[in-house]
Structure formats: C-alpha cells, structure tokens
Design a protein around this ligand. Structure first.
Ligand SMILES: [Zn+2]
Length: 135
C-alpha cells in the first residue's frame, strides 16, 4: 500500500496570508506528524511509500506519486483541494479522503497499528484540536 498526504504549506505554517486559524494549523501539523511517524515505521505495516506533499500558492501542482487531486467549485472556478489523503491498495484501488476528521483518523489508526505491532507506544502528541476531531 502507498499513502500520500497533501497539505497546504502556508496553512501548515500558520501563514497569515491564508488565515488558516489556529485549529486548521494544529490539525494539519497533527496529520503531518502522523504521516512522518508512519513513514519512519513503514516496513512494519508493509507500506511501499508514504509521501507528504506540501503545496504552495506558487506550486499547487502535481501529486508526488498517487495521481489524484480532488477539487471544489468556488465562485464558479475550479479550486484544487489543499488537504487530502490518498491511499493505494495492492490491487491499485485508490481511496481518497477529504474530510479532515477522516484523514486524521486514518493516519492515527495506522500509527496505532504500528504501536500494536511493535508492542511499543510510538504514538504522536496530537493537539487538543486534533484530539477533538478524533473523539
Ligand atoms: Zn493554505
């Protein structure tokens, strides 16, 4: 299986230009922390690849590996979503998650599986905002 997390670098860093708000920035950082933890232990879950694709206003383009970008229509224009999680299974089926609560649940679930497999707590310190989404 392969995993690719797509996030907005401006919002991740709390860049005022995007006005992400404390909550979005915290949750994006939780997602990235979980994905990086999964990447560190990816052989435990037999994952082929874990990508964290950070997009910017001047570079909102292609995914790193899994070629899916979701979009929404805003003011009659196609806008690429800057937060999504794509997983690709052995049979090539891709699952795309766009709901932040779902994305964090999938990522945190994988970290939990690693902890169980290792019989060691490798969990990430999730922010209060992230914990609220997971509850
Ligand atoms: Zn942003």
């Amino acid at each position: 299986m392969k995993i690719e997390l797509r996030v907005c670098e401006h919002c991740l860093e709390g860049d005022r230009a995007h006005q992400p708000g404390e909550r979005k920035t915290a949750v994006l950082n939780d997602m990235v922390a979980c994905a990086e933890r999964i990447d560190t232990y990816k052989e435990i879950l037999d994952l082929e690849a874990v990508h964290v694709r950070k997009v910017r206003d001047d570079e909102a383009g292609r995914p790193a590996e899994l070629p899916v970008v979701t979009a929404t229509i805003q003011n009659d224009q196609v806008v690429l979503n800057d937060t999504q999680l794509v997983t690709e299974g052995q049979d090539g089926t891709m699952l795309v998650y766009v709901n932040p609560a779902d994305i964090l649940a999938v990522l945190a679930g994988n970290v939990d599986e690693i902890s169980k497999a290792l019989n060691e707590d490798v969990s990430v310190d999730i922010s209060a905002h992230g914990a609220e989404l997971l509850s």
